[in-house]
Design a protein around this ligand. Structure first.
Ligand code: FE
Length: 239
């Protein structure tokens, strides 16, 4: 079986939020999809280890923010790689409350919905929550982020708790002989926390780091754009 075939399934990048008492939590999900039209019904797959899972299971409510193509990596990292048990994910983030009081994140969001769970399907590591949409709205007319765009263009990574996580070694890009001579070798570094690879040739434009900046020249307070890990959490990529 070639697991790469499964990566060809079209997925988006969504922010799923839930509330328990006066506590909010949110996480990135790539598996939100509409499963019926009348009444409008959606499904989302959430890892049982995630705090959001506990909140949705207990309250039967969640919201979904559909993220725009321009969403910066650090924003996705804030919700995708940090556990709500450790991080205050909503600090500095704009949100409003749904009719049921669940946070709807509005930053980088083009459309949102609120849903009430009608069924839970146990799929081992994850639960698929099937839910009726109780409210929905458009915020901005722009293109949604797709999972392949996130991976290929934004060079984002997949947390181990995502349903689509596949353990893989990234192949080193082919370097032509001519390029080798013209460009001094610049070593790539990988984040030991999330697997993001800093490529000096591309820099980190979301954080204002220009292409061509060696890892060694990054400021000491530079952080992994995906998960926020410190610079000392990176190691050289062996090529
Ligand atoms: Fe990282």
């Amino acid at each position: 079986m070639d697991p790469k075939a499964l990566q060809k399934i079209g997925c988006g990048v969504y922010l799923v939020c839930a509330r328990k008492g006066d506590r909010f939590n949110g996480q990135i999900a790539n598996t939100v999809f509409q499963v019926a039209a009348e009444p409008p019904t959606i499904a989302v797959s959430i890892n049982k280890k995630n705090l959001t899972h506990e909140y949705i299971h207990d309250t039967k409510l969640f919201t979904v923010s559909i993220l725009s193509k321009e969403t910066p990596l650090p924003f996705i990292g804030q919700f995708g790689f940090k556990s709500g048990r450790e991080a205050e994910k909503f600090s500095g983030v704009s949100y409003r409350l749904s009719q049921s009081g669940v946070p709807i994140v509005t930053d980088h969001t083009l459309a949102y919905m609120e849903a009430k769970v009608i069924q839970e399907v146990d799929v081992g590591t994850h639960t698929v929550f099937v839910a009726t949409v109780t409210d929905a709205g458009m915020l901005v007319e722009t293109e949604p982020m797709t999972y392949s765009f996130y991976h290929e263009i934004k060079r984002g990574t997949t947390p181990r708790t995502a349903p689509s996580f596949i353990e893989e070694k990234r192949p080193a890009p082919a370097v032509t002989e001519a390029k080798k001579e013209a460009v001094p070798p610049m070593t790539k570094y990988i984040c030991k926390v999330c697997g993001y690879i800093y490529d000096p040739a591309q820099g980190d434009p979301d954080s204002g780091v220009k292409p061509g900046t060696p890892f060694e020249s990054l400021p000491d307070d530079w952080m992994c754009p995906v998960c926020g890990a410190a610079k000392d959490q990176f190691e050289k990529v062996k090529e």
